[in-house]
Design a protein around this ligand. Structure first.
Ligand SMILES: Cc1cc2nc3c(=O)[nH]c(=O)nc-3n(C[C@H](O)[C@H](O)[C@H](O)COP(=O)(O)OP(=O)(O)OC[C@H]3O[C@@H](n4cnc5c(N)ncnc54)[C@H](O)[C@@H]3O)c2cc1C
Length: 812
């Protein structure tokens, strides 16, 4: 019997594939690590996974992470001498109608953008690879040769062995019962075999993670759902290297196993499990097979694989798995507790993701940051609504049910709504608002006019809101519009050291007089953009910080953890205190002047400044700023005044053509003006100099700030990728992820796409990459094409905004 060590730098809780992979990678990095599993390795969810390993996701870095898993699974058997059942037999995906075929073709383009091979096949070619299937209804298929399948338990054991070979310690039958935390600092884990001192904890406890972490104030939004697959007896004529198969129009997936088939799927009406808590002693345990619930999937599968009609059924496995509200897993350091890392909620792709997730977690623990931007899986993407397990479950049921439904562009969730409402919600609803949702907030996407229904109708072409958004866009360019941006995240940083702290965290200079407004990035040590926000100095010792709705948790975490030790200032999230009305357009000044006595002339209220002005008895903090490229103000006001101020503006605006407008118009307007969007165009993997934002970095002068050295190095030595704008004359729908070709060579992909109504063109942004360096001249000298749904279309490159209000006015 080994005795439990008294200490370890890192303790991993949970011995499923994710915990074992994390231990393997930490050990390889030379970090002292102890993995504790309360029962046996794999005894949670891992032992009953089907074992398909697919790679393509809609995000480049998650795809890269899954690709890393494949690379690891290709070598781990030879490294450890343990069989893993891994075979790279490729993955097929079918399309059974034209819309799905468009989706599959767009996915093939996305794969190429991210450097993966994905071939389009005719139904006959697909059938040649998968002879057991009927292809009567198949329009086409895509084949990814590097996808594969593994035996989940074996691959986990191989990772565990590899971890031990590199010095990790693994203890089974050792349950972690508690954490010892002193003044917010993790000191130890408490187990049923004693205490282990540690610096960091990595929670890889699968579906047990949410309840465990909640005891320490950490929110992990996942819930358990039943998931079933059937295993058949051997089927005659089964090829040895049958690829895995996904048949989304029939909601099912397949893989070969011991000469038979595994067939599972995603029902539209999934069954949540353990709503009142996971029963004690649930390990190596399955749920009762639910044949009635599986029958609709079976019916769909029979139409595809007639041999199932006569194949003997060995088992119908029903296992619970943790799923999340947006279908992506949860990784990273918890914002609520330093040195507490999470890798959980793998949505039935934990075997596929396990290798890469373990690598990413290990680097995060060792270096304090992930190896690359993992925002779409980052634990900080969640916020207030995710504290309520019932809300999480409601949204997760929807996400599960949509696993194989068409992933429409601009698709919104429908469950758990409305949740967070601006005071103007009902008023705007009455005026035809079609709402979208972000972090629980209802936000107007567009406004239906007379005879139009405020409801999205999805397609891969121009959607039903296209003209409505065009009207709002035109109104903003020619008259004025009001956007309800109440959902903006807003923070106050207050205290004698607030200025010093912010000047260290911000790349731009915020040391300006009271009343000044600064647009700035916050950089990591590699110069990557962690936050992109505006900051108003409202008092000598107080700043008002405004950032995007979805970044509330992330940006709050980044700012608070980077306030230098010993500085005296406090950060507060005041999002719920203020409504925000953005009045934008050439007539904005006339309208604002009509409702306030304050001087809002250009001299009295210049761009980049703020003032508290009175409107109808309300103290309004007005920020002269724009994200749409027009004259305008963001009006921040206490929520109780929102309807009063809104009514005053609408009344004053009537004679100036003021209209309501929504977020889809904002996106179209900002694309024309070249404003970047964090999470799409910019993020931790991109620097200001690469993104064309070098002008906002305070390199003149000697002020030290976080990321300065990296930014300076790029300013001195140049960059290897640079953001450019592309327009297409052809009528193509650009959504992001389309491949960029320069002189016939693949050099990147679009980070965002849309349509500019003023320039009357489709617009995309993306980085042009070249390991030998990229300059503006290099970008402009190229001849460009975009690949859209596998078709190359010529496009024009631009390095200056497509639209500039001042220029237009001069021209006009
Ligand atoms: C039916 C089904 C089919 C699936 N098919 C696939 C597939 O084809 N491809 C794919 O990629 N994925 C698939 N999955 C998903 C995959 O199985 C999971 O995503 C993956 O196994 C999750 O691994 P994990 O390490 O996060 O969790 P787990 O395997 O559940 O590991 C967590 C471990 O933590 C331990 N633990 C919990 N609390 C404590 C504590 N306090 N102290 C110590 N230990 C603790 C548990 O005992 C458990 O062993 C499927 C899942 C199901 C249910």
């Amino acid at each position: 019997m080994k005795t439990l060590p008294k200490s370890s730098r890192v303790v991993i809780i949970g011995g499923g594939i994710v915990g074992c992979s994390t231990a393997y990678h930490l050990a390889k990095l030379g970090v002292e690590v102890l993995l504790l599993e309360r029962q046996k390795l794999t005894s949670g969810t891992t032992f009953h996974a089907a074992g398909l390993v697919g790679q393509l996701r809609s995000n480049a870095n998650i795809t890269q992470l899954l690709g890393y898993s494949v690379d690891l699974y290709n070598t781990i058997e030879a490294e450890t001498g343990l069989g893993t059942g891994w075979k790279m037999n490729g993955g097929l995906r079918l399309a059974c109608n034209q819309e799905r075929w468009t989706e599959v073709k767009r996915q093939a383009t996305t794969a190429r953008s991210f450097g993966l091979q994905m071939d389009l096949l005719t139904p006959q070619e697909a059938q040649d690879l998968w002879p057991l299937m009927n292809v009567d209804d198949v329009v086409g298929a895509a084949f990814m040769p590097t996808d594969g399948q593994a035996n989940p338990s074996d691959i986990t054991q191989a990772l565990a062995k590899g971890a031990r070979m590199n010095g990790a310690q693994i203890f089974e039958d050792c349950k972690v019962t508690d954490l010892a935390i002193d003044k917010g600092v993790i000191k130890a884990v408490i187990t049923d075999q004693g205490r282990v001192e540690c610096e960091s904890v990595v929670l890889c406890a699968g579906q047990w993670s949410r309840t465990f972490a909640a005891r320490f104030g950490v929110n992990i939004p996942l819930v358990s759902m039943e998931h079933q697959y059937m295993v058949t007896e051997p089927i005659a004529g089964m090829p040895k290297n049958l690829p895995t198969l996904r048949d989304p129009d029939r909601l099912t997936y397949y893989k070969e196993e011991v000469g038979g088939l595994v067939m599972g799927g995603y029902e539209p009406n999934p069954i949540p499990w353990a709503v009142d808590g996971i029963p004690k002693g649930f390990h190596y345990t399955l749920l009762d097979s639910n044949f009635d619930h599986f029958e609709p999937l079976m019916e769909l599968a029979l139409g595809r694989v007639p041999a199932l009609e006569t194949a003997g059924i060995k088992t119908l496995t029903n296992g619970p798995e943790s799923f999340t509200p947006d279908g992506n897993f949860i990784i990273g350091e918890a914002p609520e507790l330093r040195n507490f890392f999470v890798g959980a909620g793998f949505n039935a792709f934990g075997i596929a993701a396990g290798g890469g997730a373990g690598m990413a977690l290990a680097e995060w623990v060792k270096n304090g940051e992930p190896p690359f931007d993992l925002w779409s899986a980052d634990i900080r993407r969640f916020g207030r609504p995710h504290f309520d397990t019932d809300w999480v479950r409601t949204r997760t049921v929807e996400a599960y049910g949509k696993h194989y439904t068409m992933a429409w562009p601009y698709e919104e969730h429908s469950s758990g709504r409305p949740c967070r409402k601006s005071p103007l919600y009902e008023v705007l609803k009455d005026q035809g608002a079609c709402f979208g949702e972000k972090l629980g907030w209802e936000r107007p996407n567009w406004f239906a006019g007379a005879g139009e229904t405020p409801q999205d109708v999805y397609s891969f072409g121009r959607q039903n809101w296209f003209d409505a958004v065009g009207r709002e866009h035109k109104a903003c360019r020619e008259a004025a519009v009001l956007f309800d941006q109440t959902s903006f995240a807003k923070f106050a940083l207050k205290g004698p050291d607030a200025l010093a702290a912010l000047n260290w965290i911000c790349a731009n200079n915020v040391d300006k007089p009271v009343g000044a407004l600064t647009y700035t990035q916050m950089l990591n040590d590699h110069g990557g953009i962690e936050c992109d926000l505006t900051i108003a100095r409202v008092a000598a010792d107080e700043f008002y910080i405004v950032t995007g709705t979805g970044f509330a948790t992330h940006d709050f975490d980044w700012i608070s953890r980077n306030i230098p030790a010993g500085m005296n200032c406090q950060l507060f999230d005041i999002t719920s205190s203020n409504a925000v009305l953005s009045l934008m357009g050439p007539r904005a000044r006339d309208i604002l002047q009509a409702v306030t006595r304050a001087d809002v002339s250009n001299e009295g209220f210049p761009f980049g400044s703020t003032k508290t002005i009175g409107i109808k008895g309300c103290p309004v903090l007005a920020l002269r700023v724009t994200y749409v490229g027009e004259l305008g103000w963001e009006l921040h006001l206490p929520v109780e005044y929102a309807t009063t101020v809104y009514a005053a503006l609408i009344q004053a605006g009537a004679e100036h053509g003021l209209k309501n407008a929504g977020y889809r118009a904002i996106d179209s307007l900002r694309l024309e003006k070249g404003y970047r969007a964090w999470g799409a165009d910019i993020g931790p993997d991109h620097t200001p100099h690469e993104a064309g934002l070098g002008w906002a970095v305070k390199l003149k002068g000697n002020t030290p700030f976080k990321g300065r050295e990296a930014a300076q190095a790029q300013a001195d030595n140049g960059v290897q990728k640079m953001m450019a704008c592309f327009t297409c004359d052809a009528d193509v729908v650009l959504l992001g992820r389309e491949t960029i070709y320069r002189n016939g060579e693949r050099v990147g992909w679009l980070t965002s796409g849309g349509f500019g109504y003023t320039v009357d063109k489709s617009i995309g942004y993306g980085y042009v990459r070249n390991p030998d360096g990229v300059t503006r001249d290099y970008v402009m000298e190229g001849r460009y094409e975009l690949e859209v749904a596998t078709q190359r279309v010529p496009c024009t490159v631009h390095m200056t905004p497509l639209y500039d209000a001042k220029m237009e006015r001069i021209k006009g």
